[in-house]
Design a protein around this ligand. Structure first.
Ligand SMILES: *[C@@H]1O[C@H](CO)[C@@H](O)[C@H](O)[C@H]1NC(C)=O
Ligand SMILES: *[C@@H]1O[C@H](CO)[C@@H](O)[C@H](O)[C@H]1NC(C)=O
Ligand SMILES: *[C@@H]1O[C@H](CO)[C@@H](O)[C@H](O)[C@H]1NC(C)=O
Ligand SMILES: *[C@@H]1O[C@H](CO)[C@@H](O)[C@H](O)[C@H]1NC(C)=O
Ligand SMILES: *[C@@H]1O[C@H](CO)[C@@H](O)[C@H](O)[C@H]1NC(C)=O
Ligand SMILES: *[C@@H]1O[C@H](CO)[C@@H](O)[C@H](O)[C@H]1NC(C)=O
Ligand SMILES: *[C@@H]1O[C@H](CO)[C@@H](O)[C@H](O)[C@H]1NC(C)=O
Ligand SMILES: *[C@@H]1O[C@H](CO)[C@@H](O)[C@H](O)[C@H]1NC(C)=O
Ligand SMILES: *[C@@H]1O[C@H](CO)[C@@H](O)[C@H](O)[C@H]1NC(C)=O
Ligand SMILES: *[C@@H]1O[C@H](CO)[C@@H](O)[C@H](O)[C@H]1NC(C)=O
Length: 485
């Protein structure tokens, strides 16, 4: 594949565009399938989930993983509360409030010492450049509050690249800081009554499209090396780049979010847990121009040498659409390893893939002990996909012998209607993927290719339609690892 270059730096590619408009031959009512119910199989992470009073599953209580957040701010309790207006902010949509937000956080950090603080953003349109959060801190957006990202790139100053990437993801050297940023923190909450954080990312997408971007775009929200992070009950719009990026974090809960970006906005991933553990993502609606959720852990030799995995992650009740990318992606940056991930109750439509594993030669690392259960999809091109990378490397010093190790992937209770083809499972050249289990998979109204395409991928398949590839046929050997419960 072509290796596009600007200023000597490889560019991150948005997912490939659809080659042709989708043609509908037959639509089976998804509701027929949704009406069927069955408790998900015993999940590896089930023990970590505390049942909580929930809503709308038809089973009464819904499991929540929100207990991963162990800070004091869940119920909004903090010793000190103040409004950003007290620090001179003006919610007129044109006044820059960068200094006001920075003053507010600094003042509350001092005043709330010990008991923590809560900064309220009332209804209004609050234009700001980047500001940092602090520990034991809650940013609360009232109904009607809109934080707007500055249109001046200098209000998104440059910071050092992440060690596990070795450079900015898109351009060499430093990268623009995120709009809302935090580093080395403990107990940070961003929540509200569905207020909005709007990155106004179009300016950045245009710099990307017209190839005049000098430095890697900023995220909407990034937390680095932080523990006990809770992001809930807000709407996030128009991120310049990946929307929510917890990296080197532990005990992260991201729930009840609406994340929106135009479906062609480049690299506007929804939520990207990266080299992070004990992460809970639940009850989110996401539509964007890239993966709704992408689990990552660093890039090539930089990710290998930092060696921080992503593990113990639960992703549940996420729904949405991304026409050129996937519902839940693993990688392609996964060089620190990814393990112990449970993905369940996904609903994905009009998308390129529901679930995709992306790796490459030079990545090293591993993806193992992954369970994907109860996925419903409509009008998806390649329902499940394991793909090779597209020669997307940090630089040319990557280790060509560093192959990713992929094993123990369980994909169960999958219903897809009106999909374009059967799964495509291709290992990276030179690697063999083992322990791949498919159980109870029904893909109907397939429009183009009913043959599974498998290459160097081995395991078993039970109760799978259409018939799986030879590499996954149960050939009479012991199948307790992939059998019925
Ligand atoms: C915000 O935090 C980053 C990373 O710790 C730091 O480089 C930057 O100077 C901070 N910005 C402000 C305004 O304090
Ligand atoms: C991560 O943050 C903690 C403080 O919470 C700090 O002690 C530690 O040095 C930080 N680690 C790195 C690699 O910066
Ligand atoms: C957050 O959203 C959930 C689900 O919609 C709701 O139950 C909860 O009350 C909300 N919390 C706040 C503080 O609005
Ligand atoms: C929050 O706001 C978004 C955008 O307006 C809306 O789509 C979503 O339904 C709202 N969420 C709740 C829980 O009201
Ligand atoms: C590229 O996009 C930016 C942001 O919209 C704009 O300011 C700039 O004029 C554009 N440059 C070119 C060469 O089109
Ligand atoms: C990119 O760099 C050029 C040349 O230094 C400069 O003119 C331009 O303003 C920069 N663009 C941004 C968005 O910072
Ligand atoms: C898979 O993940 C679960 C949950 O973290 C863990 O209990 C189990 O030991 C893991 N299995 C293997 C083979 O590592
Ligand atoms: C499967 O996921 C859907 C959401 O896509 C949810 O409504 C349904 O309750 C789940 N089924 C089971 C058995 O949990
Ligand atoms: C197969 O999976 C679907 C979707 O989750 C579910 O509704 C159905 O009950 C499952 N069937 C069996 C036999 O487990
Ligand atoms: C079943 O397939 C596996 C993997 O291809 C192979 O290693 C094993 O020998 C086969 N067992 C039988 C009984 O054919």
């Amino acid at each position: 594949m072509a290796h596009a270059t600007v200023h000597g730096a490889p560019m991150t590619r948005p997912c490939p565009r659809p080659s042709a408009p989708l043609i509908v031959f037959l639509v089976l009512l998804a509701s027929c399938y949704l009406a069927l119910t069955r408790l998900p199989s015993a999940a590896p992470l089930a023990a970590l989930i505390a049942p909580s009073a929930g809503h709308g599953s038809g089973h009464g209580a819904v499991d929540s993983c929100a207990g991963f957040y162990r800070g004091a701010g869940a119920a909004g309790r903090r010793a000190v509360t103040a409004s950003v207006e007290e620090f001179g902010a003006v919610g007129d949509g044109v006044t820059s409030n960068t200094a006001a937000f920075r003053r507010a956080v600094a003042a509350l950090e001092e005043r709330g010492a010990g008991g923590g603080a809560r900064l309220e953003v009332p209804a209004g349109r609050w234009l700001t450049g980047s500001f940092n959060l602090t520990s034991r801190f809650t940013l609360f957006l009232h109904h009607g509050a809109v934080i707007l990202g500055s249109q001046d790139p200098e209000e998104w100053p440059l910071i050092a690249p992440l060690p596990s990437y070795g450079r900015g993801r898109e351009r060499l050297g430093p990268r623009h800081i995120s709009l809302i940023h935090g580093q080395d923190l403990n107990d940070v909450v961003i929540t509200g009554s569905n207020g909005t954080i709007d990155g106004q990312g179009r300016m950045w997408w245009e710099l990307w499209w017209n190839r005049t971007l000098n430095h890697t775009r900023g995220h909407l929200i990034e937390l680095v090396n932080s523990t006990n992070v809770l992001i809930s009950n807000v709407t996030l719009r128009n991120s310049p780049f990946w929307t929510v990026h917890p990296v080197y974090c532990r005990n992260v809960v991201i729930k009840d979010l609406t994340i929106l970006a135009p479906l062609n906005a480049p690299n506007t991933d929804g939520i990207d847990p990266d080299s992070s553990s004990e992460v809970c993502i639940e009850d989110c609606y996401i539509e964007s121009g890239d993966d709704l959720v992408a689990v990552k852990s660093g890039w090539d030799q930089y990710g290998i040498s930092v060696g921080k995995p992503s593990s113990n992650i639960i992703i549940q009740r996420v729904s949405g659409t991304t026409p050129t990318c996937s519902g839940v992606g693993f990688g392609s940056e996964m060089s620190g390893g990814i393990s112990n991930v449970l993905v369940r109750d996904l609903h994905i439509w009009n998308s390129a893939s529901a679930v995709r594993l992306k790796t490459d030669v030079g990545r090293g690392g591993y993806i193992t002990n992954i369970t994907i259960a109860n996925v419903t999809m409509e009008k998806v091109k390649v329902p499940i996909r394991f793909s090779r990378g597209s020669d997307d490397h940090s630089d040319d010093k990557y280790d060509r012998t560093a192959l990713p190790m992929i094993s123990d992937i369980h994909i169960v209770d999958i219903v897809g209607v009106d999909v374009q083809r059967a799964p495509m499972l291709e290992a990276v050249h030179g690697a063999v993927y083992e322990g791949i289990c498919f159980r109870n998979v029904s893909l109907t109204a397939i429009r183009r290719q009913i043959r599974w395409q498998c290459e160097s991928v081995y395991g078993e398949a039970h109760e799978v339609f259409p018939a799986p590839c030879e590499e996954l046929r149960n050939n009479g050997s012991s199948s307790s690892w992939c059998g019925l419960p």
